[in-house]
Design a protein around this ligand. Structure first.
Ligand SMILES: *[C@@H]1O[C@H](CO)[C@@H](O)[C@H](O)[C@H]1NC(C)=O
Ligand SMILES: *[C@@H]1O[C@H](CO)[C@@H](O)[C@H](O)[C@H]1NC(C)=O
Ligand SMILES: *[C@@H]1O[C@H](CO)[C@@H](O)[C@H](O)[C@H]1NC(C)=O
Ligand SMILES: *[C@@H]1O[C@H](CO)[C@@H](O)[C@H](O)[C@H]1NC(C)=O
Ligand SMILES: *[C@@H]1O[C@H](CO)[C@@H](O)[C@H](O)[C@H]1NC(C)=O
Ligand SMILES: *[C@@H]1O[C@H](CO)[C@@H](O)[C@H](O)[C@H]1NC(C)=O
Ligand SMILES: *[C@@H]1O[C@H](CO)[C@@H](O)[C@H](O)[C@H]1NC(C)=O
Ligand SMILES: *[C@@H]1O[C@H](CO)[C@@H](O)[C@H](O)[C@H]1NC(C)=O
Length: 372
């Protein structure tokens, strides 16, 4: 009894396995949308199916329609409407149930979405009107870090989606660097072409556009761009100086940096507020106008997130004393240490601007105050 049950179950299983699991029907496999560019070629991957006929089907006619039911592609080319003539092509082999379509020189007026129809001689015909394929116009995309540092390697990438691997795009960058292009297949006949540029920006690139030009076999051009933000440490201009007009003495300190620097004047051991700041792009000029007493030097100190710089400016005063210089130097060093440890980002130490006497040379010297 149990044996017979198992046996019949076994037979049933075999039957279910052997018999065709699902009958083929009027179905089509297409993406609901493909990426394309006006003026360029688009490929719609397509495969279709139909219920198995009793006699083998041998003659197939494949037709693609647009949303206005105009014939955009026909396996008998003489049936193709004029605006689509020579622009569309059935890539697929209809007898292999492949209905892939290529459209060249895509136009807005092509009237997507498109759908497929199959006519099988001596059997039947079917329009797959419920599976229309739309075209989404894709824009190239450029990505680069929002802020980059001068002298550091940066990579930017420019990518574009397309569906026509026959004619991959080529990329041209506005900045020199190491360029690497690749094309990668995504799902459903969609492709992603990317160009990566590795370059080392400098200050002259700040606020400049980085452009990626994309050309296709037609010479058609797309351009995309981003503005570069290049950070760099302060550079105190040699035009910085102290001057006197009548009885008024003022000191100007001109600093170029990105982002703008905090600028300090140090007189003796006092940090002075500048009385005026003028900004022009990345260049800031700060002016100190005060009673300089009998000091012969004033320090200008500039700091931003990338680094710092300092310079010693001579005051137009006759009697200069070495000890004041030492004392002002000590004040600057103290300030550098304070700011440096506070900000924690001081990286740059410009040796060529090193006017500060090293305090180790005068270990036993008293620190002089602001003796008039
Ligand atoms: C293509 O269509 C034209 C016009 O209807 C017809 O005369 C011709 O025989 C067709 N050719 C084929 C190969 O079906
Ligand atoms: C289409 O192509 C055929 C041959 O490939 C050519 O003779 C014909 O002039 C072309 N028609 C158009 C409108 O370009
Ligand atoms: C259909 O034909 C196209 C063009 O020849 C080919 O790229 C694609 O792989 C084919 N699709 C299938 C499912 O065989
Ligand atoms: C920067 O790129 C250059 C060549 O492009 C390479 O030689 C160098 O090692 C890179 N530097 C760093 C820090 O990655
Ligand atoms: C396109 O390719 C690039 C490089 O391989 C990749 O970074 C990017 O994420 C890709 N985009 C998509 C949507 O796959
Ligand atoms: C910045 O780099 C470019 C090359 O990429 C070079 O021609 C230019 O002289 C550099 N400018 C400075 C200020 O270093
Ligand atoms: C700002 O600087 C640029 C060049 O660096 C100069 O041509 C321009 O005259 C300056 N503008 C002002 C207001 O000083
Ligand atoms: C960057 O460019 C914009 C517009 O061209 C200008 O207004 C701005 O001052 C520039 N900034 C710097 C730091 O050069």
């Amino acid at each position: 009894m149990t044996l017979r049950w198992s046996l019949s179950l076994f037979v049933m299983c075999i039957c279910f396995k052997v018999s065709p699991t699902e009958a083929s029907s009027w179905t089509v496999k297409v993406p609901s949308s493909v990426k394309g560019h006006l003026g360029l070629c688009v490929v719609i991957p397509c495969s279709y199916d139909f219920p198995s006929p009793e006699n083998e089907a041998s003659e197939f006619t494949g037709i693609w329609y647009n949303n206005n039911d105009q014939v955009i592609c026909h396996s008998n080319a003489s049936q193709i409407l004029d605006p689509f003539l020579n622009r569309t092509k059935l890539l697929g082999d209809l007898s292999m149930k492949n209905c892939s379509l290529m459209i060249e020189n895509l136009q807005q007026s092509d009237g997507w979405p498109f759908y497929f129809r199959i006519e099988i001689k001596g059997y039947n015909q079917y329009s797959y009107i419920n599976d229309k394929v739309s075209i989404s116009l894709s824009q190239p995309d450029l990505s680069v870090q929002e802020e980059v540092k001068e002298g550091e390697n940066v990579s930017a990438s420019c990518s574009v989606f397309h569906s026509c691997p026959t004619y991959p795009p080529s990329f041209i960058w506005s900045h020199s660097g190491e360029q690497h292009d690749q094309t990668q297949q995504l799902h459903e006949g969609q492709w992603n072409s990317t160009s990566t540029l590795t370059f080392r920006p400098n200050r002259s690139d700040h606020n400049k556009t980085l452009k990626c030009k994309i050309t296709y076999h037609h010479g058609l051009l797309h351009e995309t761009s981003k503005i570069l933000q290049v950070k760099y440490g302060p550079d105190i201009k040699t035009s910085s100086k102290c001057s006197s007009e009548d009885t008024v003495v003022k000191c100007e300190c001109t600093v170029e940096s990105e982002p703008p620097s905090m600028v300090h004047f140090v007189l003796g051991d006092r940090v002075m507020q500048s009385s005026k700041a003028e900004k022009n792009g990345s260049v800031t000029t700060e002016t100190l106008q005060t009673d300089f007493g009998s000091f012969s030097f004033v320090h200008c100190l500039a700091i931003n997130v990338v680094g710092y710089d300092n310079i010693l400016l001579s005051l137009p005063v006759k009697d200069n004393m070495q000890n004041i210089l030492i004392s002002s130097g000590a004040g600057v060093i103290l300030l550098i240490i304070l700011i440096g440890s506070g900000v924690g980002v001081v990286k740059k130490w410009k040796k060529n601007r090193e006017h500060i006497p090293c305090p180790d040379i005068y270990p036993n010297d008293p620190v002089y105050g602001n003796i008039p």
